[in-house]
Write a new protein. Structure first.
Length: 263
């Protein structure tokens, strides 16, 4: 039996986190959202509107339920694919005013641990599966490599961590680095279809100082955007950010009703 509401608050320490964000036409991403969510978009200087999907590769340690000490946590390399989204909700139970939560809809997650894959399938909606994952740092270079069971979520990427701050990728739709950082991830929430009615399951993240740094990347292999709803599309690398040495976690999930649907 699946526990729908993400019952366990979790904690971890991010040794390295590398996030690659890709731009797509909005019509590619909107069908991937849970009902009640809106696509988080950006209008480029040329007037074109874009939605964004990202792959995050993370090396972490101390992954555990929040009530356990860090030394009992697991050391892992994990990846996740997600779409940037928004959820409008009523400000109060009386429905006076609307606020918008920014977050991510998770499409697929990977771990090398069979225990985590099994636990994630029961305790979360993050779509965990087993894969062969690895990372290494050689000087100022950070590498991640992933081999998925079905070949549809393979990844090989290198990031140059040294030197001056990297400029935006050549075809990025963002006008400025500040615009790009709004889509650097991870965002404060993740969203998934709730267990009843039109509710949305919301998991709120927490983190210590988060100062993502733009980096230059060499993406040798990324198969996720070749299949399914992405087949035939032309993803454009919009930004690449690295962060290290961050304490991270997330709260228990809660069900929230999208604005205008309370009845």
């Amino acid at each position: 039996m699946r526990i729908q509401e993400h019952p366990l608050p979790m904690r971890a320490h991010f040794t390295d986190s590398l996030v690659l964000t890709y731009a797509f036409p909005p019509e590619v991403l909107r069908p991937l959202l849970t009902p009640g969510l809106e696509l988080d978009t950006y209008r480029a200087p040329d007037g074109r509107e874009y939605g964004f999907a990202a792959v995050a590769a993370v090396a972490l340690r101390g992954l555990r339920p929040a009530f356990l000490p860090a030394e009992l946590g697991l050391e892992q390399v994990m990846t996740g694919y997600r779409v940037f989204a928004r959820l409008p909700v009523d400000r109060s139970r009386t429905g006076t005013g609307v606020r918008t939560l920014r977050g991510l809809r998770i499409l697929r997650s990977q771990t090398s641990s069979p225990v985590l894959a099994a636990a994630g399938a029961v305790l979360s909606r993050y779509r965990y599966e087993r894969a062969v994952l690895g990372t290494r740092r050689v000087g100022d270079r950070l590498d991640f490599a992933v081999r998925s069971g079905d070949g549809r979520a393979d990844l090989r990427v290198s990031a140059a961590l040294g030197g001056p701050t990297a400029p935006l990728p050549p075809r990025s739709p963002f006008a400025t680095g500040r615009d790009a950082r709004r889509f650097a991830g991870p965002l404060p929430h993740t969203f998934e279809r709730g267990g009843r009615g039109g509710d949305v399951l919301v998991v709120k993240a927490l983190r210590t100082s988060w100062e993502p740094r733009p980096v230059a990347v060499d993406v040798e292999r990324l198969t996720f955007f070749r299949h399914g709803p992405f087949q035939g599309t032309r993803p454009v690398l919009a930004n690449a950010f690295h962060v290290s040495g961050v304490d991270y976690g997330w709260h228990r999930g809660v069900l929230m009703t999208p604005a205008g649907r309370r009845g």
